[in-house]
Design a binder for this molecule. Structure first.
Ligand SMILES: Cc1cc2nc3c(=O)[nH]c(=O)nc-3n(C[C@H](O)[C@H](O)[C@H](O)COP(=O)(O)OP(=O)(O)OC[C@H]3O[C@@H](n4cnc5c(N)ncnc54)[C@H](O)[C@@H]3O)c2cc1C
Length: 386
């Protein structure tokens, strides 16, 4: 019999992660971010506890679970005010792609460090000129003896400074047709010719975004992950997990904002009752609760489809979940600020910082417009608009 609740194991996992994250909490997280420091202790602790690599095969140091599990971890951390962006990238995208398409040697080399957090892997697809249109990327891999030489530029790449390696999406020339085809390469961040500079962002986050310059970086043959002719399928393997994780990141942040707002609305009184007694304050918060729960349900559906091996079904659900979660999170953050009045803009209450953090979810990893394009075309059968 099917049910709409998660398994007991998943519910217990959520509880344990929330307990661990609550030891750190929002104040600790924002202090680190504002001081330009990292949240490495938390990262390593969740790695040691087995949560970071929960979706990675047991054979390679992981927990043998699915995307549903790592998404639950991501959401609970964010719900405690400690969102870890690199979870979206390192275990969920890179861990999935290498787990699916890497050779046994590549898996042995990279997955254990991704699983325990000691060798984080960033992910780089976005380029300054291609932007949303990933088909236009120009970072190129040219054969050089047994190996490769990589050249190009990437932008908005998260956590390059914290990562040992970056999984770079490039194009390699097809020996037969001469056409450039998408390929994935693991590039060490300390490789000669690999440079990066931080982009000053308005997000209150310990993780930063970088512009990356790849200037004739030499790579060995086994830096190529997957089949040279595998094409987009290999890349797409990482994108559904990315969307599911982004959705969980957003619903977690939304829950955090809403919980703070509801607590404040119960306590703050300026006329005779607490402000939450006024429907003008209560209804927007109730609306957010509904929107967040709907987005969580779709995220859980997307995870369940993905973990059951239904990539096509998961694609539609993951896009819809990511859209719904980002919208719910932006609205929840805005309503949380409003509920707090002037306090909503202070650093002490920490609500205004959530406006930008949640807003990023409407843009990355895929914008709301591109999701609407996808749904218009694939779900409704409308003509392709881009
Ligand atoms: C916080 C953050 C972290 C990130 N981390 C990473 C990372 O780790 N790795 C990585 O590779 N990238 C990362 N990115 C990049 C992110 O994926 C891109 O910003 C995103 O895909 C949008 O690309 P763009 O910024 O070039 O916008 P553009 O492509 O220039 O788009 C600008 C606007 O035009 C709209 N638009 C464009 N084309 C169409 C169309 N056909 N129809 C309708 N609307 C359209 C877009 O929706 C958007 O609103 C990150 C971005 C942010 C903000």
């Amino acid at each position: 019999m099917s049910t709409f609740t998660e398994s007991e194991e998943r519910i217990e996992l959520r509880k344990q992660v929330a307990k661990l994250a609550s030891k750190y909490g929002r104040d600790w997280f924002t202090e680190k971010a504002r001081a330009g420091e990292k949240t490495t202790e938390l990262w390593l602790e969740i790695g040691k506890a087995g949560y970071l690599g929960i979706n990675i095969d047991e054979e390679y140091g992981g927990g043998g679970g699915g995307i549903g599990d790592i998404a639950a971890v991501c959401e609970e951390l964010a719900a405690q005010g400690c969102p870890l962006l690199m979870m979206v990238v390192s275990p969920a995208i890179c861990g999935t792609v290498i787990g699916r398409y890497g050779t046994p040697e590549q898996k042995q080399r990279w997955l254990p460090g991704i699983a325990d957090g000691t060798a984080t892997m960033a992910f780089a697809i976005t380029e300054p000129d291609a932007g949303t249109n990933s088909h236009n990327i120009t970072t190129t891999a040219r054969r050089d003896g047994d190996g490769w030489v990589l050249k190009g530029q990437k932008i908005y790449i998260s956590g390059v400074d914290e990562a040992e390696n970056v999984l770079v999406v490039a194009r390699a020339e097809d020996a037969r047709t001469g056409k450039l085809k998408p390929c994935l390469f693991v590039v060490p961040t300390d490789a000669d010719g690999f440079e990066f500079t931080a982009i000053p962002m308005e997000i209150v986050s310990p993780e930063q975004q970088f512009q990356v310059f790849i200037d004739d970086v030499r790579l060995p043959a086994d830096a190529l992950v997957g089949d040279e002719d595998g094409g987009l399928v290999q890349l797409f393997a990482g994108l559904n997990p990315e969307r599911i994780m982004a959705a969980s990141f957003s619903t977690g942040l939304a829950r955090f904002a809403l919980e703070r707002a509801a607590a404040y609305a119960k306590e703050r009184s300026v006329f005779k009752d607490p402000i939450g007694a006024h429907q003008a304050v209560a209804h927007p918060l109730a609306q957010s609760h509904i929107e967040i729960e709907l987005a969580r349900l779709m995220t859980q559906k997307a995870s369940a489809l993905y973990d059951a091996g239904d990539d096509m079904g998961a694609g539609e659900a993951a896009n819809m979940a990511k859209y719904a979660a980002a919208e719910a999170a932006c609205d929840a953050a805005d309503r949380a600020v409003q509920t707090h009045g002037g306090n909503g803009i202070t650093q002490e209450y920490g609500m205004a910082g959530l406006l930008v953090a949640t807003r990023a979810g409407r843009i990355a990893p895929v914008s709301r417009e591109m999701i609407l394009n996808f749904v218009a075309m694939h779900s409704l059968g409308l003509p392709k608009s881009y």
